[in-house]
Design a protein around this ligand. Structure first.
Ligand code: TTP
Ligand code: MG
Ligand code: MG
Length: 401
């Protein structure tokens, strides 16, 4: 009878509550420790100023101090890839048609891109980053996130580390970079843009929430022009307005992105800096305002779309072996076709040829087209693109209804 008291219901309850309480305390401790580790991170985002244009000005003294546009010639259908800060004073910016840039500033000098020169600079700056941080996440040729939380350099001061990196970049490349320093990636990226050119902007943990509250949502990384317009329609102009919306309201309006918006409105971004970050595919698509049946118009649209894709590929230093064409017809039937080549595509004209070939295989002419999409994949390792002969291989990706 004495022993049985050990197993009486009240004792079981007691131990159960004891274990639960202990587990809960442990859980809390881990959470508190984790949150404090996260909020004490030191992240630097570095981004070169007017990258392509600055390399051109550096390599050609005659261009220094002038409005320089890197991209298509004004009489072509090309667009601006980069422009010097002198050119920006005239309202020129990336992705603008070159013809418009010329109208805004007739004295601007137009230069064709030299991607190999930019890639060479990119290799140097990435080497510099790795001298200062164990975790370096390149975002494109001219920028990267660095996690310096564990660095003992400069007594652990991320601001001084950023200063040293900027100085080293200037010394080794004769080019200027801007840095943003903060406790997460979202804030660091915004910070690097705050004080351009030659900027160094710091957002401390005590300033993050206030900073985001005052910031226009259009400036948020991850809020493109379409989302910004939608937010404006919902009365969301600033981070403060965004924060006032409940999770449910955000979910109703923005679906999968709601969680991200909910967090960044509170200056919370737990994404780690990941050294290995390989994109698997990159795509662009466009839905026409009215369905298009004319094959010649579709060809033009396809070239325009693929040029946009090419710009992104260049910016992210990606070379693809596979291109996929997606076509959605007026009746919503969707077809995708892909072509792979043995070597990575080096010229936009080669990509055009592939895509035009694919366009012939999507049963055009039966239905007007409502959407065209192009995707690049099968990326080569950076700098390891092979040069073997081309072998075309056609395969169907999917035929969806
Ligand atoms: P960004 O860093 O966005 O721009 P930037 O370096 O020219 O200017 P900023 O001082 O504002 O940072 O892009 C880096 C390079 O990527 C840019 O020099 C050219 C290329 N690029 C394109 O080719 N197309 C584009 O639409 C953009 C935005 C950039
Ligand atoms: Mg830049
Ligand atoms: Mg950049």
């Amino acid at each position: 009878m004495q022993n049985s008291s050990l197993f009486c219901p009240s004792n079981v309850d007691y131990w159960f509550i004891y274990y639960c309480w202990g587990g809960f305390c442990l859980f809390l401790l881990i959470q508190v420790r984790w949150v404090s580790v996260i909020s004490q991170r030191k992240i630097i985002h570095l981004d070169m100023d007017a990258f392509f244009a600055s390399v051109e000005q550096r390599d050609n003294q005659k261009l220094q101090g002038l409005p320089v546009v890197v991209g298509g010639q004004p009489d072509s259908r090309g667009v601006v890839a980069a422009c010097s800060y002198e050119a920006r004073q005239f309202g020129i910016h990336s992705a603008m048609p070159s013809s418009r840039a010329h109208r805004l500033c007739p004295q601007a000098v137009f230069v064709a891109p030299r991607i190999e020169a930019y890639r060479a600079v990119s290799v140097i700056i990435q080497q510099i980053f790795r001298r200062y941080a164990s975790e370096v996440e390149p975002l494109s040729l001219d920028e990267a996130y660095l996690d310096v939380s564990d660095s003992e350099m400069f007594a652990g001061s991320a601001t001084h580390i950023a200063q040293a990196i900027k100085a080293e970049i200037l010394e080794e490349t004769q080019l200027v970079a801007s840095a943003g320093v903060s406790y997460n990636k979202f804030l660091a990226k915004i910070a690097s843009d705050m004080d351009k050119p030659n900027g160094l902007y710091v957002i401390k943990p005590t300033q993050g929430e206030r900073f985001v509250a005052d910031l226009a949502v259009a400036k948020f990384h991850g809020v493109g022009p379409v989302t910004a317009a939608k937010m404006h329609r919902l009365g969301i102009q600033t981070g403060r307005d965004l924060r006032a919306k409940s999770k449910q309201q955000l979910q109703a309006a923005f679906g999968k992105s709601a969680e991200y918006f909910y967090n960044i409105a509170r200056a919370i971004d737990l994404r780690p800096v990941c050294s290995v970050r390989r994109r698997k595919s990159l795509g662009k698509e466009t839905t026409f305002t009215t369905d298009i049946a004319d094959i010649n118009v579709l060809r033009e649209q396809l070239i325009e779309l693929s040029d946009k894709l090419w710009q992104r590929l260049e910016r992210d230093d990606l070379q693809a072996k596979t291109f996929t064409l997606k076509v959605k017809y007026a009746n919503f039937r969707q077809i995708s076709r892909a072509l792979s080549v043995a070597q990575t595509i080096k010229q936009p004209s080669e990509m055009h040829a592939l895509l035009l070939e694919l366009l012939l295989r999507v049963e055009l002419g039966q239905q007007a087209v409502r959407l065209l999409g192009v995707t690049a994949s099968g990326f080569a390792e950076q700098g390891l693109a092979d040069n073997r002969g081309r072998q075309l291989e056609l395969f169907d990706v999917s035929d969806k209804l």
